[in-house]
Each structure stands twice: as structure tokens, then as C-alpha cells.
Design a protein around this ligand. Sequence first.
Ligand code: GLA
Length: 670
Amino acid sequence: MPGYPVLPEGLAYGGDYNPEQWPEEVWREDVRLMREAGVNLVTVGVFNWGLIEPREGEYDFSRLDRILDLLHSAGVYADLATPTSSPPTWFRRRYPGSRLVDREGHVLGGGSRHSFCPSSPDYAAASERIVAALAARYAGHPALAMWHVHNEYGWANAHCYCPASAEAFRAWLRDRYGDVGALNAAWGTTFWGLTYGSFEEVEPPVTAPVGLLTGLQLDFMRFSVDAHIACFRRERETIRRFSDLPVTTNFMIPNCKPMDYWRWAAEVDVVANDHYLDSARADPHIELAMAADLTRSVAGGRPWMLMEHSTGAVNWQPRNLAKRPGEMRRNTLAHVARGSDSAMFFQWRASRYGAEKFHSAMVPHAGTDSRIWRDVVALGADLGRLAGVRGARVTAEVAVVWDWESYWALEFEWRPSADLRFRERIEAYYEALWREHVTVDFVHPSADLSPYRLVVAPSSYLIGEAPAKNLHRYVEAGGHLLVSYFSGIVDENDTIHPGPYPGALREVLGVAVEEFHPLRGHETVALRPPKSSGPESSKHGATGRIWSERVRLAGARAVHEFADGPDAGHPAVTRHDLGAGSAWYVSTALDAESGLRALVAGVLDHAGVSRPRGLPDTLELVRRGDHLFLINHADAPVTVDGVTGTGVLDGAAYGGSATVPAGGVVVVRT
Ligand code: GLA
């Protein structure tokens, strides 16, 4: 991997730096403050296209020259961005064919960023020219540490339905299927007699009167990922003509559903991610932990970069909650604990203009006499003390299956219940594991599963034959598998696997499902031990939501049965001992406190997954290399036994136990 890690030592600390929004005297204060806070890397030039190419083919790099020189003189490295996510105003006027068109056929407006079609040949040519000019000018600049291509591919323009996109989609289909007969077979176009006579007849899935072919929709999602990856590759290869420094782009894991980041991961020299707290959640730090674990997994376990997060409120949620005292520190250190070698923010200095003026920053509008600034300085000191964690790995005994194609397909229209949402079940199982203090990796279902004692598949609606066999072999070889309902239903074309549900997973689970019985919005079903109950069914009081179904045992045995509802007296949770392993199936939506936590704990025990016992479920505990991170999300201190080593943040000597203050973080090098 060229040039990784990106800095000569320590963790990277900084953020998006947009000095072009400020007069030059402010820049001098900026670098002084960066030094005070320990900032060593800033992302510059992200939205500079219109400033460095004010008229087509006319360049003005004078301001960027001065900025990079100033950063270098202050010892701050630059993560130099290509400005291609925000084409200049002249570009849009000059090349109207490059404008983004939405599903309803609206041509989307300018006066904003991301307003271009990723398949536009004019955009391709213009973006390649500006990237070449930028790379030629700055490749040897001593401030440069890395290249930051574009900004958040697929965030606002994931899908374009303009004529150029339609043409590119047809070319992509020709490439994938060779002849239209193969496309018809894959999409099952005998349905409604929608058989295509030629590729020319295929249109992108624009808004239609009723349900669209789901194969068409899936392939358009795949095509759109490729269209954005092609844009990235074009820029990366252009940079490579001039520079060997690492090249990345900032992902939005897991909050950019249209981008398949398993596919993206291979394209970048270092995985970088942006993450913002969803302040409407009761425990947003659990979703943060999930995002960080998924990012590390996308990075193949290698260290990754947190490219953006926030010091306080964002500006784009319905209610933008400020972080409470200590929350920013806990958030940042949780990302580091889960594999990030950097802590970067959007943004360095709060903007006065435009759409994001109410977004927090490292230097807030209030200036340096503020809690945020004091916390930013303190965080810089913490990160300095954590330099030794750089490069260290996180290992996990449990993996959760995550497949973007399954995410897309599950959420197309006309599923058995509107309550079937991909992230709903993943997050429920992730939360149960988090509260059990279990660190997890995420995996594609075709990945090597042998490192894991337990694999959890909470939302594997779409699963092809080969990945299903992979899970089967994993169990036979001694692995343990826990699957939630409505998994294994369709193949990679969204075609139902033949026979009773869950087709692809029927054999490994040892069950056959005759009929789905989705529940009404507020309906619940009770679970009870079956008549012939074994020891693992001793937990009573489990309650299911959303789903019930008629499960027939075909090799498995019942661990719980439904006590009421449409499937009263029939299996609700099953276990199938197969080869040297076991496969468990849960046919309703249990939540952490309504039975899922107990069930997960039982399966973890059965699989022999090691974890600490007796700790409050508000304590986050993660080991990264020889660093043990203890992050206390509760309002009371917690004492953790069995901790011996040196406190990295506080310098304390821990001999047997560590007390983590309310809302505090202790990191012990063991
Ligand atoms: C994204 C973008 C930034 C900024 C932030 C605001 O992550 O990359 O430019 O808009 O969101 O939260």
C-alpha cells in the first residue's frame, strides 16, 4: 500500500480546513491554534474547483500555494483534496448535459454541490483536467501527506436517470450479460410479459405506475456503484501519474446505503470514513461503534482513518443536539479503539456562510473561550499519548454478516411487511452483542469465516448459492451460526430460491417455513419453552414483534415456541446441530430486553466466545493490540477488575482493577 501510514509518527489529528472562506490574517491565527491543539493533518481544497479554475482552462493556484506553504511552515501536513464533488458554476452552464436527473425526471439545480451526473463524459473530461493540473502542481509539495479524492461519493447523486446515464447503464448491461436473453433469464422477465427484445429497450428504473422488476432495480444499483468507482479510478490514476502518496476518498459507512463499500475497499490505499452521531437515538454511541467496526472490516482489519466527525452539533438533522461534556472525547476514542489511526473533524473553523453555518467545528463561532475549544486542545493531548496504538489490530471472535446487495433488495417495494428493514435487525443483534462487551467484525457472506467462533446473520434476505454453501461448510467445520427470520429467501437476482423458505439456508438451519405471518404494527407474540425443553430454553418471558411464521422442524429442534399469535404451539427459536457446529434460527423480532440479550448470551456461551462478566452494559470495552479501552457511557463510575498495566491517558499504574469515572475513558496498556 503506497505510503501508509500517512504521517511519520503518531495518530493524525485535524479536520477539513476551508481558509478560502476567511481573510488571510485569520489563517495565521489558524495555524497558531492548530499547533496549540496538536493538529498535524488538515484536509484542504475540498470545494475549491470554482476558485482554482475560475473560468474553463484558466487556473489560479495563488491562494492554495500560500495555504500549503503556510501549513508546511507550521509543521501541519495537508491531505490535499480534489475539488470534483462541487463543479464550478460555469461548468453547469456550459455543459447542461451533465446535470443530475432524479427518478421523477426533475433536472436538479445548481447553487449546491454534488450536482452532476457521474456518467457524464463532459464531467469526466473536466474533472480529469482539474485533477491533472492540481497533481502536477502539488505532487512534490513538502506539506502533502496524502490525496483525498472528491468528497463522499454517492451521497447526494448516487443515482442519475439522465440520457447519458441510461446509455451507460445499457453498455454496462451488455457487458454483464452479453446477450439480452441472459438478462431476461436473470431478471425473470416472463413476469408481466416484460421480456426485452434488445438492450436498447432497457430504461433505468424511473418512477413507474406500479412495482418495477426487482432485477432491473438491483442491477441499476450495481451499475451506479460502478459509475462512481469509475470516477474515482479516473482521478486516482491521474494523480498516480505525478505522485506516489496514498490516495483515498471519504466513505460514509454505514449511512450511504447506495454505495457497496465491500466493492469500494479495494480501490483506496487507506480506508477513510465520515461518521456523525444520530442524535435522535437513545444510545447513539452504539451505532457509532457499529459504524467503526464495519469500517474496520471494510478495511480488511487494517487501520483506517476517521476523516470526519463532529465536535458538537451537525446542521442537517431535524434537531441538532450539541454533544454533552465528555461526549466528543468518548466518541473520538471509541473510533480509535475500533481501529482508526486518525481523528479528523468536519471542520476546523465554523463557517459563516451558506448551508452549514450552524455546524459545529474545532474553532466554534464563540472562539477559543469556549468548552469546545478547551476540549479540542485536551483531545489533542490525549491523542498524543495514544501514539503507541498506531497500527495495532483489533481481533474479534464474532462476525455479523453485512451485504449491501441484501440491504438494497430487502427494501424494494412490496415485501411481506413494511417493518422488514435491513438495519433494524442488524442493529438489534449488534446492540445485544455490544451490551455483552463482545467486539465484532462484519463480513460478506462469502468471506473466510474460519477465524470466528460465531457468525450472526440478522438480515441476509438475499444470499446466493455460493455464500450459502460457505455458511454451511463453516457450521459443518465447527462454527456456530445464528440467523434471524426472512434470511436466505432470494438469490443474487432477487429470485426466490426453489422450495420452502428459507431456501438457501434450509439445510444448514434444519427448518422449513411454510408461511409467513407478519404481525400488525403494535402486535406482539409471547415465547415459551417447548414441551420437551432442554437447558438452553430455561429463559422465560421473551416477546416478539414484527414477525411470526410457521416453522417446521427438518433436523433442528425447538428451543422456544410461540405461546400465542398465529403460530402458537409451533417453533419460534430452533437449533440444528450439524457436523461439528450448530445453526440457530430465530423467527421473530426479539429486542435486547425482550429476550434477545438472553438468547445471544446463551449462543455466545454455547460457541465458547470469551467476554468479561458482571460489568454494566453501559461500559464499552475494546482491546486494540495491547491497549485496553474502557469507555464509560453512564453517569456513575465503574470499577473493572482484572486490569493491570499503565494508564495511557492518566499515567496511573493499574494493579488489578481500574475505575472509570462517570462519562470518562481509561486506556490501559497491558
Ligand atoms: C459531510 C461532508 C462535509 C460536511 C459534513 C457536515 O460529511 O463531507 O463536507 O458537509 O457532512 O456534517
